[in-house]
Design a protein around this ligand. Structure first.
Ligand SMILES: *[C@@H]1O[C@H](CO)[C@@H](O)[C@H](O)[C@H]1NC(C)=O
Ligand SMILES: *[C@@H]1O[C@H](CO)[C@@H](O)[C@H](O)[C@H]1NC(C)=O
Ligand SMILES: *[C@@H]1O[C@H](CO)[C@@H](O)[C@H](O)[C@H]1NC(C)=O
Ligand SMILES: *[C@@H]1O[C@H](CO)[C@@H](O)[C@H](O)[C@H]1NC(C)=O
Ligand SMILES: *[C@@H]1O[C@H](CO)[C@@H](O)[C@H](O)[C@H]1NC(C)=O
Length: 359
């Protein structure tokens, strides 16, 4: 009888020890981010790559072949979430710009008879009369803290043959740009919760929208139930084309709901990044919605953000995954924005995917 009771007592001593040991190992694993078994050399190499890229202040004068090589090696390093860094970014974005409440104009963040200042001409105002106010949705379509995983899908040629579609669609919320085509291949996926559009392009492509909204509605139907986000209050000349799209889609009871960027959000976010070194005339819609996602979503995954002419193996790329029409280099500084996003990736605030998703 006595001999048997020794065994449980031994376990009483051993179990806590084992628990402490395994917790220590687990913790070490999480702190270092790298697998416990990963050779120390690799982790040293990754640390060097990270330090090197985080120290960069500009892409001007960067040797592209070398930069591409360094990014390629970085993409083989494990990504590490830094909760502290992510929360700092989220809080600062929230305090400055508040996408959670006013990425778009709503009936909650405006009232009848107030005016909205255009984003690019602050002195120019648009009166929000009752008719306009009633065009706005009641509130934003998300609640702070409820979106776990978000995919922000840029249109870069890097998405071609990436096999990223399944991973992109696995998110709770998928943001796309400029009516980019979906469902064409396994590369980009199909889920779309928010998509932006250029209203002048729509009006050029679909003439006489008031009388003939059918073709536009058919064109948009692939996106299913989604929010179509338009810059109605960025430039004064943009208002009428955006309203035309709104009325056309209302007329045919389209599944897509048209919403408008809040100009104050765009203005404040522009200032925010300007103070952090983005000197271009305007920040791109890509950086705008990546910033919104960083504030609204817990995990942000970026795809198709690679504004360079060659992929990580130095093969030539088209401008977009769906065409080869060049961007406007004068307005945006895409390489500088990329460096910013890459640094947020390295610092563990968001995850940038460059290259193949199945690799
Ligand atoms: C996480 O981010 C914070 C704030 O930027 C920084 O001070 C800290 O060193 C980072 N931790 C790691 C493990 O990189
Ligand atoms: C963001 O907007 C919400 C709703 O109006 C408001 O309650 C909150 O205080 C705002 N946050 C900041 C930092 O201004
Ligand atoms: C808005 O202004 C119009 C015209 O001045 C006025 O008739 C209306 O009562 C105002 N509405 C509100 C909600 O203040
Ligand atoms: C993707 O694959 C197709 C077919 O193999 C090929 O023609 C095309 O060049 C590839 N695109 C890229 C960017 O590698
Ligand atoms: C595109 O993909 C979405 C999501 O996977 C799906 O719901 C939709 O039916 C597809 N549309 C077409 C035209 O294949």
């Amino acid at each position: 009888m006595h001999r048997w009771s020794v065994v449980p007592r031994l376990w009483c001593l051993l179990l806590p020890l084992l628990l402490i040991l395994s917790l220590t190992l687990l913790n070490y694993d999480q702190l270092s981010g790298d697998s416990f078994l990963e050779p120390i050399q690799t982790s040293l190499k990754c640390r060097k790559l990270r330090e090197r890229l985080v120290a960069m202040t500009t892409m001007k004068l960067a040797d592209m072949a070398l930069f591409t090589q360094v990014v390629r090696e970085l993409m083989d390093c494990p990504w590490r979430l830094n909760l502290t860094h992510r929360e700092i970014q989220r809080t600062e974005l929230w305090a400055c710009c508040n996408a959670s409440d006013r990425l778009i104009v709503t009936r909650q963040n405006t009232h009848v008879n107030q005016t909205l200042s255009y984003k690019t001409q602050r002195s120019r105002k648009k009166l929000v009369d009752r008719t306009l106010w009633e065009m706005f949705p009641r509130s934003v379509p998300w609640k702070k803290g409820l979106l776990r995983r978000c995919s922000v899908v840029g249109s870069g040629g890097i998405l071609q043959n990436s096999s990223c579609g399944e991973e992109i669609d696995r998110a709770d919320y998928v943001i796309r740009f400029n009516l980019a085509p979906i469902n064409q291949s396994r590369d980009v996926g199909g889920k779309t919760d928010l998509i932006t559009a250029n209203p002048s392009q729509i009006n050029k492509q679909f003439t006489d929208l008031q009388k003939n909204p059918g073709p536009l509605a058919k064109h948009l139907s692939v996106y299913g139930h989604t929010h179509l986000l338009l810059p109605a209050f960025s430039f004064a000349f943009g208002t009428a084309p955006c309203f035309k799209v709104y009325h056309a889609l209302r007329k045919v009871l389209a599944q897509q709901e048209v919403v408008f960027f809040h100009p104050d959000y765009l203005y404040d976010l522009g200032q925010f990044w300007r103070h952090r070194g983005q000197r271009a005339t305007r920040i791109s819609t890509g950086l705008i919605l990546a910033s919104s996602a960083l504030e609204i979503c817990e995990q942000v995954h970026l795809y198709g953000f690679w504004p360079f002419s060659h992929d990580l193996s130095h093969n030539p790329l088209p401008h977009h995954y769906y065409d080869n029409v060049g961007p406007n280099h004068h307005m945006h500084a895409m390489p500088e924005e990329f460096l910013l996003l890459l640094q947020l990736h390295i610092q563990g605030a968001l995850q940038l995917h460059v290259g193949n998703c199945r690799a």
